[in-house]
Design a protein. Sequence first.
Length: 140
Amino acid sequence: MKSVNVLLIFKKEIMYKPIIYRIAKDFDVIFNVLEAKIFPKQEGRIILELRGTDEQIDKTVNYFTSEGVELQILADMIKRDETKCVHCGACTAVCRVDALKINRETMEVEFFPDKCVACGLCKMACPMDAMSGTAIDREI
């Protein structure tokens, strides 16, 4: 089973369509709402974790885009420069989804991009500027 975090942006024209309901019912994808910002009669942004087979996730992504939902895969939005990271752990204190963790055996910070929701908190916390990329709350 595969897990992918996605940002969905719903324009006001499609804001009230039952799009997310259909993914569990019709595509048999397990989803978890990680964050939601809904602005009535404007637009909405929802971060979902999608879990399923490659085929189920691909069909779900295609469905979202066919319904007019803007979709971005979050795994590639934040990057870590290994040459700048000193493994101080400052980023792990602010990472709320455990995309950054200290390996207790090596005492090094490990980065799991597939768990990242691109909140950008690690970029602000890193004293070495080792984290870069686009943060969804501040730059999109």
